[in-house]
Design a protein around this ligand. Structure first.
Ligand SMILES: [Fe+2]
Ligand SMILES: [Fe+2]
Length: 357
């Protein structure tokens, strides 16, 4: 992390201390019951590495991932592991996955991966699995049960019968607002696996689930959506504390549905538009946070970022590192009973978009 960014972290830490939700600074992060078990992990997502030809890749997306790797390696204390939230590739090409993994191999520490739709729909995940292994599994770390799910599957007939080539299938799934698209889902097989996996976990164990698409329904037109979200949520319902961390939406979102907190990750590649017309509506539609100032076309990292995670008392606080933007922290609030944006700005206080001449 540059000194510049470190200063910003410490500043954010001061603000949090005032709010009473975190220890003295963001470099002293805590987990739960036993302070010996305190730990952090970093979360990097959605690099969309794009192959041009030969050994040539779109530079800007490479740069976003390279920067996230460099800054993650400078975190102090060192995160216990790194999680990668999916969409390494743009069009699922082996060259893209390999190039992304080559950049990610610079990370110091273990990396866990979830599959994104851009990694999947060219060859139905064959190359990804060859490089990274199973697409769903669980592990325990210092008293927390972590589950990795592949949430971007869809109906068999859409996957297998509808398209003349993998390229065509990938091209369809890579678009927003596409009437030819198909909703994402975890699917029956993985849900059966998840049920069995969770049966063996005591209900007071904090559970953290990683998916690529949100395991909640935000906006179907853009596939900010998982079709069997409610069925997955039902399996998670018996637990005291559950957090779902997802990529895919390339923006800050948070929500609370019953016992489950939801947090989204920023992309290292580019920002999606916000589904603003859906913002702050009731019932299962997340109350989205303040739109970032992202109107700077001269800044290649505008509205991109990465995040590190604090598991404090088993709930998750997400610190978003936003190059040349105000860093943000979405933290659990006991008083509110859901995550809150600790740096919420009333509309009148927001910095207006930049003007360029
Ligand atoms: Fe993505
Ligand atoms: Fe995605």
């Amino acid at each position: 992390m540059s000194n510049y960014n470190r200063r910003r972290f410490l500043k954010a830490g001061g603000a949090l201390l005032a709010a009473g939700t975190l220890p003295i600074s963001l470099v002293e992060l805590a987990f739960g019951k036993d302070r010996k078990q305190n730990f952090t992990f970093a979360y990097v997502s959605d690099s969309h590495i794009t192959h041009v030809r030969g050994k040539q890749f779109v530079r800007n997306w490479d740069r976003g991932l390279i920067r996230a790797v460099a800054e993650t390696n400078l975190l102090d204390p060192k995160p216990d592991f790194i999680f990668y939230g999916g969409d390494i590739a743009q069009l699922g090409k082996p060259e893209e996955i390999d190039h992304g993994l080559e950049i990610l191999s610079g990370l110091h520490g273990d990396v866990h991966y979830v599959m994104g739709e851009h990694d999947y729909y060219l060859d139905l995940g064959e190359h990804w699995r060859k490089r990274l292994g199973p697409d769903h599994y669980s592990f325990n770390h210092k008293g927390v049960h972590f589950v990795v799910l592949n949430s971007i599957l869809t109906f068999d007939d859409w996957m297998y019968d509808k398209w003349s080539s993998g390229e065509e299938r990938m091209g369809q799934m890579a678009r927003l607002d596409n009437p030819q698209g198909s909703p994402f889902m975890v699917g029956e097989q993985q849900r059966a696996w998840l049920k069995k996996d969770l049966d063996a976990v005591s209900k007071d164990t904090p559970v953290v689930v990683f998916s690529h698409s949100p395991l909640q329904k935000i906006y179907q037109g853009w596939n900010f959506w998982t079709d069997d979200a409610e069925q997955v949520q039902a399996l998670l319902k018996p637990f005291d504390k559950v957090t779902v961390l997802y990529g895919h939406v390339h923006q800050i979102q948070y929500n609370q549905i019953d016992n489950i907190s939801f947090h989204a990750a920023m992309a290292t590649a580019w920002p999606w538009p916000y589904p603003s017309s859906y913002r702050q509506q009731a019932a299962h539609v997340p109350k989205l946070t303040v739109d970032m100032n992202r109107a700077d076309p001269f800044f290649e990292r505008d509205a991109t970022g990465w995040q590190f995670i604090n598991l404090d008392t088993g709930n998750v606080d997400v610190s978003y590192v936003l190059p040349d933007n105000s860093n943000r922290v979405v933290a659990w609030s006991d008083a509110a009973g859901h995550p809150v944006d600790t740096r919420y700005q009333a509309e009148a206080d927001r910095i207006p978009p930049q003007t360029h001449y």
